[in-house]
Design a protein around this ligand. Structure first.
Ligand SMILES: Cc1ncc(COP(=O)(O)O)c(C=O)c1O
Length: 269
C-alpha cells in the first residue's frame, strides 16, 4: 500500500491530506490517461491540487491559490480544518450512511436547529441544490393535483439558475443552459426579476408555484428587494400558490434575514 507522508497543515496539525479534489490528483498522476477517465469539464480541474489548508490550495508546482469558491458555495468550511476533520472521522467511526428508510440521529439534530432558526419550518434533506428544487417542484405539482384541479405551471425569473436536472433546467431563466437539452419538461415560464406585476400578469389558473432566488447568483449578483419578496409572499397566499426561495441558508445580513423570515414562510431549497 502506498503511504502519503504527513505534513504540517495551516492549523498546526499533521495532515496526511493529499489534496484538493483528491480524484483529480490521481487523475493528474495518471497523466494522459485522465483523458479517458474524466469527463471533459473535470479535466481542467485536474491541473490543480497538490495540497490544501484553510482557504489555500497548492497546485502540483507549489503555486498557491486562494480558494474562494469551495464547493460553489456549498461546504464553505475551508480545507482540512481539524474540527471538521475530527467531526467527519468521528461520524465515520459510527455510521456513514443509511437510507431514508431509517432515522438518522444527526439529521434530526440538524432539522431541529433549522426548525428553530427558521421559525418552525420542517426540513427535507437532499444531496444537491437541483434535487432540492426538484423536490419543491414535485411538492407543488402534488399540491396542484390535490387542491387546484391539476395546476402545474411554475413561474421563475429571468437570469435565474435552479440546477442541471431537466426540470430545474426548464425552471432556469437562461437560454444558454437550456438549448442543448430541448425539449424540456413543460409548464415552466420566466418573467423579469424584481417585478411583482410581471408575476401577477403571468399567473393563470394553471399556475401552482413561484420560484425565486433571494439573491441571484449565476445570472450576476442581483438581490431581490424586500418589498418584492413580501409582495410575492402575499400574492402566493392570495392565489393559493407555493412560493419557493432557492437561496443558500445564510442570507447576507441580520436585518435582511429578519425581513426575509417575516416575509416568507415558504419552501426553501
Ligand atoms: C440558486 C441555485 N439553485 C440550485 C442550484 C443547483 O445546486 P446543485 O449544483 O447543488 O445541484 C444552484 C447551484 O449553483 C444555485 O445557485
Amino acid at each position: 500500500m502506498r503511504r502519503t507522508r504527513a505534513r504540517r497543515n495551516d492549523y498546526g496539525g499533521d495532515s496526511a491530506n493529499d489534496g484538493f479534489l483528491g480524484s483529480n490528483i490521481r487523475a493528474a498522476r495518471l497523466g494522459g490517461a485522465r483523458k479517458q477517465v474524466l469527463s471533459a469539464h473535470l479535466q481542467a480541474l485536474a491541473r490543480h491540487g497538490a495540497r490544501c489548508a484553510g482557504v489555500r490550495v497548492w497546485d502540483a508546482n507549489g503555486k498557491v491559490y486562494l480558494d474562494l469558491v469551495a464547493g460553489i458555495a456549498t461546504n464553505v468550511l475551508g480545507h482540512a480544518h481539524p474540527n471538521v476533520v475530527r467531526a467527519i472521522k468521528e461520524q465515520a467511526d459510527k455510521l456513514i450512511h443509511v437510507s431514508n428508510l431509517y432515522i438518522n440521529e444527526r439529521q434530526v439534530e440538524l432539522a431541529e436547529q433549522l426548525y428553530n432558526v427558521s421559525g418552525g419550518m420542517r426540513s427535507f434533506f437532499s444531496n444537491s441544490g437541483a434535487e432540492a428544487v426538484e423536490g419543491a417542484i414535485k411538492l407543488a405539482r402534488k399540491f396542484g393535483r390535490q387542491n387546484r384541479g391539476g395546476a402545474f405551471h411554475v413561474i421563475s425569473m429571468d437570469r435565474s439558475f435552479h440546477g442541471r436536472t431537466l426540470a430545474t433546467t426548464a425552471a432556469t431563466g437562461q437560454q444558454k443552459y437550456q438549448d442543448t437539452w430541448l425539449p424540456l419538461p413543460e409548464g415552466f415560464m420566466q418573467v423579469p426579476f424584481n417585478d411583482l406585476d410581471a408575476v401577477k400578469a403571468a399567473t393563470t389558473d394553471k399556475t401552482i408555484a413561484v420560484l425565486v432566488e433571494a439573491v441571484q447568483g449565476e445570472g450576476g449578483i442581483f438581490p431581490a428587494s424586500p418589498d418584492y419578496l413580501q409582495g410575492l409572499r402575499r400574492w402566493c397566499d392570495e392565489q393559493n400558490l407555493i412560493a419557493g426561495n432557492t437561496t443558500a441558508l445564510r442570507p447576507t445580513s441580520r436585518p435582511w434575514q429578519r425581513a426575509w423570515r417575516a416575509a416568507c414562510r415558504l419552501v426553501r431549497c
